[in-house]
Write a protein that binds this ligand. Structure first.
Ligand SMILES: Cc1cc2nc3c(=O)[nH]c(=O)nc-3n(C[C@H](O)[C@H](O)[C@H](O)COP(=O)(O)OP(=O)(O)OC[C@H]3O[C@@H](n4cnc5c(N)ncnc54)[C@H](O)[C@@H]3O)c2cc1C
Length: 380
């Protein structure tokens, strides 16, 4: 069941090559429709699940029908965080979450227009790079003191700051947005700032994060706290109901804590665990989180969670073709961010998985072969 009209699809290209028009819609689909048909799976699209009745094991749908279940998997994802500020309803203010949003925004990205991106996280920056490629004049407004602050360290933030500035994007840090100015016919004309200034705009993209979609689960009385609470087997409190992906806060065996993740890798890995659970196998979810982002000719690959590091080691330098930042805690590699350096990502993934303690000097030394730091085979 899905309330969007499309078969299941990948969202990452919506801010990248689908937004620039370099790939078509079919290429977004996870599988061709025939795969579902051949497997005997029914796809019911454009239908919203309104309610779960756990007593009768039924769900009510927006087309007024009901469906009985033996087991139910909630994969409801997340919804956009909206900016509540004066003028937020003006025409020309966009958000980006689904195919329709990307297509509407793509139409607007015409060379010479002025786009203001509110939020310097992954998605805002990817849109900035895509729009820049199309000749749009882009300004990025970020309230924090550096870009992607929530997910990465200062070296990577600084690298992307320079990359965007070098491409001609006006990136402004420590810049809080207070509202939007109205131009002709209810269209946005500018973004107002806390310092009293205004940035003129023809188009605005607000990209300030997502909120887990827990309404169905909450309505059914399932425990939710910044996500639907699930165990390492993706089970909710109700043994008949599982939950996976962006909508969950799960017990992460690797980090030994409750964790919510917004990434394709997490959604796919939790789906595998859920399938095993449904088949009566016990395969706990213990993956190390990983993410990626493409901006310009740069591929950023990140593995682990760097927030609690007490030491950073930079291998290579931003001036090189590629470089990586290793994040350590008590000598143990807990995360790696690699810029155009896929081997550092793969080695990092293995080191994080193996919870390896490494001499930081070896990590830093360009004469140390990265592969030699790993015991056994690299994690794919
Ligand atoms: C523009 C963009 C770029 C991204 N780039 C990256 C990237 O580069 N790398 C990366 O790892 N991640 C990226 N992500 C994040 C990634 O796409 C998500 O983490 C992933 O899609 C989560 O998958 P999911 O199945 O949990 O939820 P979703 O993909 O959000 O799917 C949930 C679906 O459930 C539907 N739904 C919700 N409630 C109901 C209901 N009651 N009834 C019926 N249907 C319902 C929703 O409409 C939606 O279609 C990006 C996301 C966006 C928006």
């Amino acid at each position: 069941m899905g309330n969007e009209p499309h078969p299941p699809y990948q969202r990452p290209p919506l801010s990248k090559n689908y937004l620039t028009g370099d790939v078509d819609q079919e290429s977004l689909y996870l599988k061709p429709r025939s795969v579902y048909e051949n497997a005997g799976h029914q796809l019911r699209l454009g239908v919203r699940v309104e309610q779960i009745d756990r007593d009768s094991s039924t769900i009510s749908l927006s087309d007024q029908s009901r469906l009985q279940y033996d087991r139910l998997v909630l994969a409801t994802g997340s919804h956009l965080r909206h900016l509540n500020a004066p003028g937020a309803d003006l025409n020309g203010i966009h958000y980006l979450h689904d195919i329709a949003d990307s297509e509407v925004l793509r139409e607007q990205l015409v060379a010479g227009k002025r786009l203001v991106v509110v939020g310097g996280g992954y998605i805002g920056l990817e849109v900035a790079a895509s729009a820049n490629k199309k000749g749009v004049n882009v300004t990025v407004l970020e309230a924090a003191e550096r870009l992607m602050q929530r997910v990465t360290g200062p070296e990577i933030s600084a690298f992307f700051y320079d990359k965007h500035r070098g491409a001609g994007v006006d990136v402004r840090l420590n810049t809080a947005v207070t509202g939007f100015e109205e131009g002709d016919q209810g269209h946005v004309a500018g973004v107002t700032l806390a310092d009293g200034g205004t940035v003129p705009a023809d188009i605005v993209l607000v990209s300030i994060g997502v909120i887990p979609e827990t309404a169905l689960a909450k309505g059914a009385g399932l425990p939710c706290d910044n996500g639907i609470i699930v165990d390492e087997f993706t089970r909710t409190e109700d043994p008949a109901i599982l939950a996976i992906g962006d909508c969950t806060r799960h017990r992460n065996l690797f980090f030994e804590k409750m964790q919510r993740l917004e990434s394709v890798a997490n959604a796919v890995d939790q789906a595998r665990t859920a399938a095993a659970t449904l088949m009566g196998e016990e395969k706990p979810y213990d993956s190390v989180p990983w993410f990626w982002s493409n901006q310009y000719d740069v591929r950023l690959q990140m593995v682990g969670l760097s927030q609690n590091h007490d030491q950073r080691v930079v291998r290579g330098s931003p001036e090189d073709k590629g470089f990586a930042v290793f994040y350590l805690r008590e000598g143990c590699v807990i995360a790696v961010d690699a810029v155009n350096l896929p081997l550092a990502f793969l080695v990092g993934k293995t080191l994080v998985q193996q919870r390896r303690t490494i001499n930081p000097e070896l990590l830093e030394d360009p004469d140390t072969e990265l592969k030699s730091l790993v015991n056994g085979r690299l994690q794919s």
